[in-house]
Design a protein around this ligand. Structure first.
Ligand code: SAH
Length: 353
């Protein structure tokens, strides 16, 4: 009985409503539909945390909203600032779970690295997030709020607004497809943050069906794929997902993506000692890249606790660069940021829980 009473009285998260649903709600309250637009703007563009802040809405209406809804905002505990200016945040969700987001500064630019799931189910052997089991997907507003908070931090600490977003925090964004797409819609719409989708990159382990779906949905943001090896046996050892969908299936989906979007793929690639640092690994990568318009980001390996892996020799990385360039494949070597505070790629969740 008590539980029944509790459920009956549970208030709804107002940001789960679409703009049209909000408009309809106000009409049903004998108010006008445009009131829905006003509240929608407060919720997204102005990122209001309280109904009391909605000053162009009458007091009576605000009270009615308080009686019916909640605004579930994330709480950001800024955890640490790295000596290189990187900031790592612990993001507390309304149910008490925690994810992480990272502000990565560079000259006149700030990139937000944000999470899409609490934990991750994919078990990549080298990644700290894999040590946490997947607990749940993030809602669109929880993804959106991470971006808003990093934009605020960027303006405060770096004197300019957020310029780029990467979905390279915790979780696999394509396993939380609808919520991630909805969050990106809100981030890019004028009534939201009005950011260009060209400044957003979604990084995935490479799920062929979902990559094709992205292409069919005609998305305008960039796609990065964590490749790490172009040899099935090696890749399967590092990324168990490769046993379910192998490199040739992945390639086919990327070719489909390119045919539809005409957008070049970025491959993320870590070079490990004695795992993928030999001639045959480089040749396989070059051959793979020749089959799809792409560029390669060689990322530095960030050691995680109890990891058996080691960063390759600088010579091996130089060799990769030389061979890729010789074959006219664009390659960047990415130095890790925020390493001293465990904010670098794959270190999220290392020592924080
Ligand atoms: N699930 C998505 C996004 C999260 S991981 C994906 O796999 O792409 C973001 C990037 O960090 C991926 O390229 C991942 O392979 C890489 N990464 C994970 N652990 C790492 C580590 N310890 N050192 C360097 N990069 C790592």
């Amino acid at each position: 009985m008590v539980l029944f009473y509790f459920l009956m009285n549970q208030k709804k998260d107002i940001r789960a409503l679409t703009k049209q649903e909000l408009r309809d709600f106000f009409v049903a309250q004998n108010d006008q539909a445009f009131r829905g637009n006003q509240v929608y703007e407060w919720l997204w563009h102005k990122s209001a945390h309280n109904f009391e802040d909605m000053t162009n809405i009458s007091k009576i209406t605000r009270q009615m909203l308080i009686d019916n809804f909640v605004i579930n905002h994330i709480e950001v505990d800024q955890m640490q600032q790295s000596s290189d200016g990187t900031i790592k945040n612990a993001v507390r969700l309304h149910d008490g779970l925690v994810v992480e987001s990272v502000l990565i500064p560079s000259k006149n630019r700030t990139t937000a690295c944000i999470s899409s799931q609490v934990g991750c189910s994919l078990n990549c052997s080298f990644c700290a997030t894999a040590r946490l089991k997947k607990m749940r997907n993030l809602n669109p507003d929880e993804i959106y709020d991470q971006v808003v908070s990093i934009d605020k931090q960027s303006r405060f600490y770096k004197n300019h607004k957020l310029s780029n977003i990467v979905f390279m925090g915790m979780g696999e964004p394509l396993l939380n497809y609808n919520n991630v797409i909805e969050a990106i819609e809100k981030i890019t719409m004028d009534e939201g943050l009005g950011m260009s989708p060209r400044r957003i990159t979604l990084s995935t382990v490479g799920l062929p069906k979902m990559i094709k779906k992205l292409a069919d949905d005609d998305v305008k943001f960039n796609l990065a794929v964590s490749l790490h090896s172009a040899i099935d046996e090696v890749r399967s050892k590092m990324m168990p997902i490769n046993e379910k969908s192998n490199l040739s299936e992945l390639l086919e989906s990327l070719q489909y993506w390119y045919a539809k979007t005409k957008k070049r793929i970025t491959f993320e690639y870590v070079v490990w000692k004695n795992i993928n640092d030999k001639q045959k690994d480089i040749e396989a990568l070059v051959n793979y890249c020749k089959k799809i318009p792409s560029k390669v980001n060689l990322i530095e390996y960030n050691a995680i606790d109890d990891s058996e892996f080691q960063q390759a020799d600088p010579k091996a990385i130089e060799y990769y660069v030389r061979e890729l360039e010789k074959n006219n494949i664009i390659v960047n070597v990415r130095k890790s940021r925020g390493k001293d505070i465990d904010a670098a790629c794959g270190q999220l969740a290392n020592k924080t829980t």
